[in-house]
Design a protein around this ligand. Structure first.
Ligand code: C5P
Length: 312
């Protein structure tokens, strides 16, 4: 069987349906409890085999239903060597003993530094693309371990669906029975680095309040049928440490509620905020009522994070 000439990977974004951050650990990371959910908004990674070396081109494609991302936001996506996708491709190749290379084209739609796991999705896609291009089978547990070397959210970006995340986010347990949902995600112009957001939590010691979080999340995961709002209501620790951005976050949540969206909640360390669409609600009607300048995305929950297509 010949190797595929090209591979096309769909790499989906995630939302955190609730996120409780605990205290800082000795290794600098924070223990946390969260429920990750894959959503329909996705980047596309095209990979083409080349004899040696890895190259990456990034193209931005607008995906917002309304509003657009600023040039500053686009600039938040690293190009070249600094991009996690390139590091992931190299790591995957080294791990599998692949000596050949690949030319990667990343079509970027997931807003960067918004808490939607865009960089992790691209890293997961690059790993999957390299293994598919060179027809290497790597067991899931091994892929997840490799992903964790790249970032705390990369294992989930490889696994996808709905999962309870613990440890620094890399320990995953699939969650069954979560009802599918549609949501609107609003992305304000401000951005925050993950490291900086965690540092803010330390400053305010809010993490300490999250000690019994595994118990609270565990109670919900045990049910046969779970509504997404049951996790969402468990809160997001980062909402408490927004400082000067707090009024704008509160204002956005109010506008989302007034438009008919349910349980607005921040995802990851922000800045994106998502609100659930009630069953049968008209997206158009909600968007017409939703005031504001944020970039707005219409998404649905997805069962998978990655789709891999091989082109011969
Ligand atoms: O794992 P990742 O590289 O995405 O993390 C970026 C930064 O976010 C880490 O260097 C750390 O400062 C912070 N972090 C944390 N606790 C976590 C995940 C990330 O403190 N569970």
């Amino acid at each position: 069987m010949s190797l595929p000439r090209r591979v096309r990977v769909t790499a989906r974004a995630k939302l955190n349906l609730g996120l409780a951050v605990g205290p800082r650990r000795a290794d600098g990371f924070h223990d946390l409890t969260t429920v990750f959910q894959s959503i329909s908004l996705a980047d596309t990674l095209l990979a083409e085999r080349q004899p040696r070396g890895f190259r990456l081109i990034v193209r931005h494609e607008p995906a917002a239903e309304r509003g657009r991302l600023t040039a500053r936001t686009r600039a938040a996506v690293p190009v070249g060597q600094a991009n996690l996708a390139l590091r992931a491709a190299r790591l995957a190749a080294r791990h599998a003993g692949i000596t050949g290379g690949a030319r990667l084209t990343l079509i970027k739609r997931i807003p960067a530094q918004a808490g939607m796991g865009g960089g992790s999705a691209d890293a997961a896609a690059a790993m999957a693309a390299i293994f598919a291009l060179y027809d290497v089978r790597v067991p899931l547990a091994e892929r997840l371990e490799l992903g964790a070397e790249l970032g705390s959210d990369v294992p989930f970006a490889l696994m996808g669906g709905t999962a309870l995340g613990t440890g620094r986010g890399e320990r995953l347990r699939p969650v069954r029975g979560l009802q599918s949902f549609r949501a609107i995600v609003a992305v304000p112009a401000w951005r925050v680095s993950t490291a900086r957001a965690f540092a803010e939590l330390d400053r305010f010691r809010y993490g300490l309040t999250a000690r019994n979080a595994p118990l609270r999340f565990g109670k919900v995961t045990g049910r046969m049928v779970i509504e997404p709002c049951e996790f969402i209501r468990l809160g997001n620790s980062f909402e408490a440490v927004l400082g000067a951005r707090s009024p704008s976050f509160t204002g956005l949540c109010s506008r989302m509620r007034e438009a008919g969206l349910l349980e607005p909640r921040m995802t990851g360390s922000g800045s994106a905020v998502f609100g659930l669409l009630a069953r049968g609600a008209s997206v158009r009607a909600v968007l017409d009522r939703l005031a504001g300048s944020e970039a707005v995305y219409v998404v649905r929950s997805a069962r998978r994070a990655l789709d891999i297509g091989r082109l011969r």
